[in-house]
Design a protein. Structure first.
Length: 479
C-alpha cells in the first residue's frame, strides 16, 4: 500500500496548508534566484517542528520553479568530503534539465540544494570495518564554506535551530535567512483529511477527523499517517475506529526518551528521541531529576549524574535571565549526554514516574486559580501589578480579612468576592467566620434599598443667597 504522506505530498507551494507567511517569505527569497540575481543571503534555514511542511515546501518550490533538486538527508554520510563532492560541486556549477539541455543561471536555471535534518550534524567520527567514513566530521564547516561561494540556492531544514548554530555553525546566523514554521491549525488539517478521504472514496465521520487533527498537535504528517492506519481495508470509518489506532500518549514518548537517556550511551539517538518530545527542555530536566535516583543505584553514578544536571540547570537559568537561547544546546548536552555517560554499569530499573513538582501543580491548580482571581481584584483596586499585589499586599490583606470582620464585610462588597474566594482568604483556621461575612453583606444590601430622597436645591435661589451673603454689612462680631 502506497504511503499517503508521499502520495498526497504537495506538488506546489499553493497546496501547502498553514504557515502562509513562511511560504510567502520562502517564495520571495527564491524569486530573486529565478530572476538571475544572487541574494545577499544565499541560503535559507527552514526551522520548525516535524510535520509542519518544511521539506514539502522545499520540494514544492523546486517543482514550481522547475529546478533540479540535490538532496542530502540524515541517512547519508555528510562529512566535509561528501558535502564538497555533492553539494559544493553542485552549488558552483551550472545545470542541465532532464533532457540534457543546458540552462544558464542568468535565465533562471537553478539547482535547489536541500540539506534535510541539518541540525543532526553531530560532528561524530564513525568508520566502518572497510575503512569507509560515514561520519559528519567537518560537515558544518563545509556547509558554511559552500554557502559563502554558492551560485545556486541552498535550503537547510532543521527541527532544532539552536543545535545547528552552536559550535562551528554560529556563523550560519549571519549568512542565512531564517524562516520559522509553526504548528498547523487543526481546522486546516481537517480540510486536508476530508480531501484525502474524498479522493480515496472513504466515508469518514467528521468527528473522527476532528479528533485526529486535535491529537496530532499541528503535525500534518502524523495526522495523515493516523488516517491511513484507521482506513486500512475500510470504506467507512467512524469515531469508534480510534480504538484501532490508540491515543498518541505524550507521556509514553517521554518515558521512551528517559529510557534512552538511562539505558544507552548513544548521544545521537538520545537527542533524536528528545527532539520528538513536545515539552520544553527545562521541563524534561525535571523528569530526568525525578527518575535519576531511581535509576542510578550506585552513589558515584548518582553524584556524577546530578553534577551534570546542576550544570544544565545553570545554563537554563542563563537562558531565562539573558534571553539567549543559544545556551539551550549546552544545557541539553549536559542534561542528556552528561547523565547518560555518568553511569559506570547498566541498571535493571524500568519504572519511571511523573515529576512530583508537576503533580503538586496539578493538585494545587484550583487553589492557584482562586489566588490569582483575588490578586487580580486587589491589584485593580490598588492600581498595582498582579506580581506586587501577590507578593506584598495579599499577605497583609489576608491577615486583616481574617481578624477584622468590619474590614472583611467591606472588602467582600467592594471587591465583589465570591464564596470560594472568601474561603480561600479565610483558610481552614478562620473558615467559621464565613457565614457571618455572607450574612452581613446580605443585610447591608437590604439597607441600601431604603434610600432617603433629599430634595434637590434650586440653583438660582442658592446663587442669590450667596450674593446676599457677599454684600452683607460686616458687624463687630466678625472681628
Amino acid at each position: 500500500m502506497e504511503d499517503w504522506t508521499e502520495k498526497y505530498r504537495p506538488k506546489s507551494l499553493d497546496e501547502i496548508i498553514g504557515n502562509e507567511r513562511a511560504i510567502t517569505a520562502f517564495r520571495n527569497w527564491a524569486s530573486k534566484w529565478k530572476k538571475g540575481e544572487i541574494p545577499k543571503r544565499r541560503a535559507v534555514i527552514l526551522s520548525g517542528k516535524p510535520g509542519t511542511g518544511k521539506t514539502s515546501s522545499a520540494l514544492a518550490l523546486a517543482n514550481d520553479f522547475e529546478w533540479i533538486t540535490i538532496e542530502l538527508n540524515a541517512s547519508d554520510a555528510r562529512n566535509a568530503d561528501i558535502i564538497k563532492k555533492v553539494a559544493t560541486s553542485g552549488a558552483l556549477n551550472e545545470t542541465f534539465d532532464d533532457f540534457g539541455r543546458f540552462i544558464p543561471s542568468r535565465s533562471g536555471g537553478r539547482k535547489l540544494i536541500v540539506l534535510d535534518e541539518a541540525d543532526n550534524l553531530y560532528e561524530r567520527i564513525e568508520k566502518t570495518g572497510s575503512g569507509s567514513d560515514f561520519s559528519d566530521k567537518g560537515g558544518k564547516k563545509a556547509i558554511v564554506e559552500t554557502i559563502k561561494k554558492t551560485n545556486q540556492p541552498i535550503v537547510l531544514i532543521v527541527n532544532d535551530y539552536y543545535s545547528l548554530i552552536k559550535g562551528s555553525g554560529a556563523v550560519l546566523k549571519q549568512i542565512c535567512a531564517l524562516i520559522k514554521y509553526y504548528d498547523v491549525n487543526s481546522f486546516q488539517i481537517v480540510e486536508l483529511l476530508k480531501n484525502i478521504c474524498r479522493k480515496e472514496k472513504i466515508l469518514a465521520d467528521i468527528k473522527l477527523l476532528q479528533t485526529i487533527a486535535d491529537r496530532c498537535k499541528g503535525d500534518v504528517r502524523s495526522a495523515v499517517n493516523d488516517l491511513q492506519s484507521i482506513c486500512l481495508n475500510r470504506r467507512q470509518v467512524d469515531i469508534q475506529a480510534l480504538d484501532v489506532l490508540g491515543y498518541r500518549n505524550r507521556d509514553k514518548i517521554i518515558f521512551d526518551a528517559l529510557r534512552d537517556v538511562f539505558k544507552t550511551r548513544n548521544i545521537q539517538k538520545i537527542n533524536e528521541s528528545i527532539s520528538s518530545v513536545d515539552i520544553p527542555p527545562e521541563t524534561f530536566l525535571l523528569w530526568v531529576a525525578e527518575n535519576l535516583p531511581r535509576e542510578y543505584v550506585d552513589t558515584n553514578d548518582l553524584v556524577k549524574g546530578y553534577e551534570a544536571l546542576s550544570k544544565a540547570d545553570l545554563f537554563f537559568g542563563r537562558v531565562f535571565k539573558r534571553q539567549y537561547y543559544g545556551f539551550w544546546s549546552y544545557a541539553r548536552d549536559l542534561m542528556n549526554g552528561g547523565v547518560s555517560t555518568a553511569k559506570t554499569h547498566n541498571y535493571s530499573n524500568s519504572n519511571y514516574y511523573v515529576p512530583t513538582w508537576m503533580k503538586e501543580l496539578t493538585r494545587s491548580k484550583p487553589t492557584r486559580m482562586l489566588r490569582d482571581s483575588v490578586v487580580n481584584k486587589i491589584g485593580a483596586m490598588c492600581h498595582n501589578s498582579d506580581k506586587k499585589s501577590r507578593e506584598f499586599l495579599l499577605p497583609h490583606f489576608k491577615y486583616l480579612f481574617q481578624n477584622d470582620m468590619t474590614f472583611a464585610c467591606k472588602m467582600k462588597k467592594r471587591l465583589d468576592l465570591s464564596e470560594s474566594e472568601i474561603k480561600y482568604i479565610l483558610g481552614d483556621k478562620y473558615l467559621h467566620k464565613l457565614n457571618y461575612i455572607l450574612q452581613s453583606s446580605v443585610k447591608s444590601d437590604e439597607k441600601q434599598v431604603e434610600i432617603e430622597v433629599i430634595k434637590s436645591k434650586d440653583p438660582e435661589k442658592e446663587e442669590k443667597k450667596e450674593i446676599k451673603q457677599e454684600v452683607r454689612q460686616p458687624s463687630l462680631f466678625d472681628f
